[in-house]
Design a binder for this molecule. Structure first.
Ligand code: HEC
Length: 168
C-alpha cells in the first residue's frame, strides 16, 4: 500500500469511528428521553393512578353506630362478624400446650395421666385457669398462656377444660 492509500484507509476508519460514536450517543439520548416520557405518561394514566389508589387505600375505617356508609364498596361490619373467631380447647391445646404437656416436658403434668393431675385439679379450676393464664412456678415453670400471650383468656381456659377432661 502506498502512503496515500494508508491515509485514505485511516480517514475511512476515523469516519466510521465517529459515526459509531454519534450513533451510540443518539441511542443513549433517545433511550433516556423514552424512559422519561414513559414514566410521565404512566404516572398520568388514570388507570395507573386508580391502581395505585387501590393499593394504598386504608384496609378499614371506623364506622360509628348509625353512620351511613357512602362508599358502596364498604359494608358496615356488624359486631358479631367483627368479633374474632376463638379457637376451641383442642385447637389451643394442639397449638400451644401439646409441646410440653403431651410429653411431660420440664415437669409439665402429662396430658391424660391422672396421677399428674389429681392434686392439681384439687386446687380448684379457678387456680388452674389463673396459673395457665398468668403462669406458674412450682417444681417446673409453666409460662403465661404457654408462651402464647396472643391468645385470649377464654381460649386458654378452653384448653384447661380440655386438659382436665382428659383425666376425668
Ligand atoms: C413450655 C412448656 C409449657 C407449655 C407450652 C405449657 N405448659 Fe402448662 N405447665 C408447664 C409446666 C412445667 C407445668 C408445671 C408447673 C409446676 O407445677 O411447677 C405446667 C402446669 C400447668 C397447669 C397446672 C398448674 C397448676 O396450678 O398446677 C395447667 C392448668 C397448665 N399447665 C395449662 C397449660 C395450658 C392450657 C397450656 C397451653 C395454653 C400450657 N399449659 C402450655 C409447662 C408448659
Amino acid at each position: 500500500m502506498s502512503s496515500d492509500d494508508q491515509k485514505n484507509v485511516d480517514l475511512i476508519l476515523l469516519t466510521i469511528g465517529v459515526l459509531i460514536g454519534v450513533a451510540v450517543g443518539l441511542f443513549v439520548i433517545a433511550r433516556d428521553m423514552g424512559n422519561e416520557n414513559m414514566a410521565r405518561m404512566q404516572l398520568n394514566d388514570p388507570k395507573y393512578q386508580a391502581a395505585v389508589n387501590r393499593r394504598i387505600e386504608p384496609i378499614g375505617r371506623v364506622v360509628l353506630d348509625g353512620e351511613v356508609v357512602e362508599d358502596p364498596g364498604v359494608t358496615a361490619v356488624t359486631e358479631a362478624a367483627a368479633a374474632p373467631v376463638l379457637m376451641t380447647g383442642p385447637q389451643v391445646y394442639n397449638a400451644a400446650c401439646l409441646a410440653c404437656h403431651g410429653g411431660g416436658i420440664g415437669g409439665a403434668p402429662k396430658t391424660g395421666v391422672a396421677a399428674d393431675w389429681t392434686a392439681r385439679i384439687a386446687k380448684g379450676r379457678d387456680v388452674l385457669n389463673d396459673h395457665a393464664i398468668n403462669g406458674f412456678q412450682g417444681t417446673g415453670f409453666m409460662p403465661p398462656k404457654g408462651g402464647r400471650v396472643d391468645l385470649s383468656d377464654e381460649e386458654i381456659i378452653a384448653a384447661v377444660d380440655y386438659l382436665v377432661e382428659q383425666v376425668r
